[in-house]
Design a protein around this ligand. Structure first.
Ligand SMILES: [Zn+2]
Length: 70
């Protein structure tokens, strides 16, 4: 598996949507996204998504694949 990159919010949100995830609710400074399978959710920061968080999202939404950002 390659190392996750940091992403702009807009890129991360588009990829999540393309993979069947959707915005479930707004938090403070972040959003909660739920995957298409309905069993997983993750926080998505509204600004830059750090490489660390990109990796965490892959672990929290395993149904999207660890390289979900590609
Ligand atoms: Zn899932």
């Amino acid at each position: 598996m390659s190392k996750p990159p940091s992403l702009k919010y807009s890129h991360a949100a588009r990829r999540l949507r393309d993979l069947g995830a959707h915005l479930a609710r707004q938090g403070g400074g972040h959003e909660i996204w739920r995957c298409g399978c309905g069993e997983h959710q993750t926080a998505l920061p509204r600004h830059t998504v750090s490489a660390y968080v990109v990796g965490q999202i892959g672990k929290r939404l395993p149904c999207l694949g660890e390289e979900w950002w590609r």
